[in-house]
Design a binder for this molecule. Structure first.
Ligand code: APR
Length: 223
């Protein structure tokens, strides 16, 4: 079967990475518009660069969890595409081979002068770190108000999927949250979240539990 897996911050929660809307709307104590918007970066680049330096350091200190590994096992029998809103590399580190990052990647940076100039970057990024053409480098993250370049590709994946897994997302941020509208009428949908934001129906099966418990159950059903 073709399986599309839409993941959000909840799939990485048990690896120790905070979600966005569980912690009273602040992201590690910051208003998201201060640290995840072009205006915030223009206004206070050091605050933004330091914020992502902390996020990058934290990411390098955590590990994938049982949910990430269960999704890898799904690849044994099915054609799986992970469409994640997360900027961490935990799906890749667990072994998933086909991952689309809708909101960018924390371990990459890009030139403010040429958005196609993207570099792998695991250490701190500071003011004065510039690309080969002397433009300041910035996190390769899709900030609020910026385009989501991979959304069309992701929509096509969902359109062709026989089953869709939605794991650990509050479904509040578009266009990602709108992807489920592209599902085929006969596609089976599985939703894993301790506080599910959609209800059970004939085509939607809800597992109101943590990803590390719920995702292996779904994989067991599908494999
Ligand atoms: N297992 C599964 N789901 C969990 C767990 C867990 N252990 N813990 C929390 N959740 C669920 C929450 O109930 C919530 O529904 O994960 C979801 C996290 O929602 P958000 O914090 O809104 O994260 P997400 O949906 O990924 O946010 C989307 O918003 O801030 C932007 O760009 C950012 O990609 C992010 C986007």
């Amino acid at each position: 079967m073709k399986i599309a897996v839409l993941t959000g911050a909840g799939v990485s929660a048990e690896s120790g990475i905070k979600t966005f809307r569980d912690s009273d709307g602040l992201w590690e104590g910051h208003d998201v518009m201060e640290v995840a918007s072009p205006e915030g970066f223009t206004r206070n680049p050091e605050v933004v660069l330091d914020f992502y330096n902390q996020r990058r350091k934290q990411l390098l200190s955590v590990q994938p969890n049982a949910a990430h590994y269960a999704l890898v096992a799904l690849e044994d029998k099915h054609d799986v595409t992970i469409i994640t809103q997360n900027v961490d590399d935990l799906h890749e580190r667990a072994g998933s081979t086909n991952v689309i990052h809708l909101h960018g990647e924390l371990l990459k940076v890009r030139s403010t002068g040429d958005e196609n100039l993207v570099l792998e970057w695991k250490e701190d990024l500071n003011l004065g770190d510039v690309c080969e053409n002397n433009h300041q480098l910035r996190p390769h993250i899709v900030w609020f108000g910026e385009m989501v370049p991979m959304i069309e590709v992701a929509a096509e994946v969902v359109e062709q999927a026989d089953a869709i897994l939605i794991i650990g997302t509050s479904m509040q941020v578009y266009p990602a949250a709108g992807l489920v509208q592209y599902a085929k009428p006969d596609a089976q949908i599985f939703f894993v979240d301790p506080k599910p934001s959609i209800s059970e129906s004939k085509k939607i099966t809800v597992f109101a539990e943590k990803a590390s418990i719920g995702v292996p159950k779904v994989v067991e059903l599908l494999n």
